[in-house]
Design a protein. Structure first.
Length: 419
């Protein structure tokens, strides 16, 4: 990949800039306006002046994700590589060609998947729930005596990475730095590249440790696969598993708690009921899933999508959140206004050959649901400490998580034994 002196970006006529506060303040309104003015496939401009297509129609997104030959997740096809500077902040998110389950296509992707998915499927769900209960109790112990906490910083963000650490065989003390590195990568700021390098160092050390002393953890199961992989491939796949599993699960947990604390329909769950937890989590996946926009797919040849001409090598961004809000599909499930409760035909986990593997979806649900249930058991009168209108989202068009969730509650004793 060449590195020019500048981006070489030029204005894109009629393209919608994929940046600005509206995407994290009023994204539903942004998508409604896009649909009205541009239809289901929207020409957009990424920061730096890079063109892309944002797919916001449910049917069009299903078409793209169902056709891995025409729309592969093959970043090497991108027709903008000659213009991309090495320090482009979105490069860690968009990716570059590398031997990884996330950045390969076709037979090579399936080779990685055949090693990773069985290892994920072998995770003991009972043991995972037990570990999540233990970790959630430890986190609640850290703030339960104060009567106040930020559920994002003190609970939703650390719990998934600690739980994933148990699955991977990673020491608990590495969890905090891992959580920080992945947040910096996802935010796409100036620190993203340094964070990506530090993330890789964590995973490289983990691979070396498990080669020297294998166990019953996920990494050891991957290493035991008979198909030969290089240390770089193991490291890249572990980075993909951990990054995809941590921040999205943290945001799913945090957004579900926000919904339960701000919506009267879920108030019963705060009185000790459990039925509403799953309903709240499902509604979040439809209305404000952790990943709003996913990069991406690349056109293998010139084609048409909706009424747009897509050129070979064009980048297609998957508008997962917008597609879930598509009024055409909502009419099929409901009256068009309500959430399709109990229906799992959302795009929160993407779709098709490159979707989030089903065992990984199960792991994420166990972590988030167990965390919420432990929190409600321990702090049954938890309530927001600020007006709901003051809650803010991460400043990103790509991700939908909360930046903070301040709460108050009656102080209680830690269960760890101290007073």
């Amino acid at each position: 990949m060449s590195t020019p002196t500048g981006t070489g970006a030029c204005p894109i006529t009629g393209a919608v800039p994929l940046s600005g506060p509206e995407f994290h303040i009023e994204p539903h309104e942004v998508y409604r306006r896009m649909r009205r003015d541009h239809g289901p496939v929207v020409a957009v401009e990424l920061p730096g002046g890079f063109p892309a297509w944002l797919i916001i129609g449910y049917r069009e997104l299903h078409q793209v994700t169902s056709d891995p030959l025409l729309f592969p997740r093959d970043v090497s096809l991108w027709n903008q590589w000659g213009r991309v500077p090495e320090d482009w902040p979105l490069l860690p998110m968009v990716g570059r060609p590398m031997p990884s389950i996330y950045f390969t296509a076709g037979a090579e992707h399936r080779r990685h998947l055949a090693m990773v998915e069985p290892a994920l499927d072998a995770v003991d769900h009972y043991e995972l729930r037990r570990a999540c209960e233990e970790l959630a109790d430890q986190l609640v112990d850290g703030f339960c005596g104060r009567g106040a906490a930020d559920l994002v910083a003190e609970f939703a963000e650390p719990l998934p990475v600690l739980a994933l650490g148990r699955i991977l065989g990673l020491p608990d003390h590495d969890g905090a730095d891992l959580a920080l590195t992945m947040k910096l990568i996802a935010d796409g700021g100036a620190d993203a590249h340094a964070a990506l390098a530090r993330f890789g160092e964590h995973m490289a050390r983990l691979v070396a440790a498990k080669k020297a002393r294998p166990g019953g953890d996920l990494v050891s199961l991957m290493l035991a696969d008979p198909e030969p992989f290089t240390d770089e491939e193991y490291m890249n796949d572990l980075m993909a598993i951990t990054a995809a599993g941590h921040l999205t699960t943290a945001d799913w947990l945090g957004s579900s708690m926000r919904l339960m604390l701000t919506d009267d329909r879920f108030s019963a769950a705060l009185g000790g009921g459990r039925r509403s937890v799953g309903q709240a989590m499902n509604e979040v996946l439809w209305e404000e899933g952790p990943t709003s926009i996913l990069a991406g797919r690349w056109a293998a040849r010139d084609t048409r999508l909706a009424d747009q001409t897509i050129r070979a090598g064009d980048l297609l961004l998957l508008g997962l959140a917008a597609a879930n809000l598509d009024p055409h599909i909502r009419q099929s499930f409901t009256d068009g206004d309500t959430v399709p409760t109990g229906n799992n035909a959302h795009f929160a986990f993407s779709y098709g050959e490159y979707r989030c593997p089903f065992p990984a979806q199960q792991i994420a649900e166990i972590i988030a649901r167990t965390g919420i249930e432990v929190l409600l058991d321990r702090l049954p009168d938890v309530d927001l400490a600020v007006p709901a209108a003051q809650l803010t989202r991460r400043p990103s068009a790509f991700l939908r998580g909360m930046t903070a969730l301040p709460v108050r509650f009656t102080p209680v004793r830690p269960v760890g034994g101290s007073s």
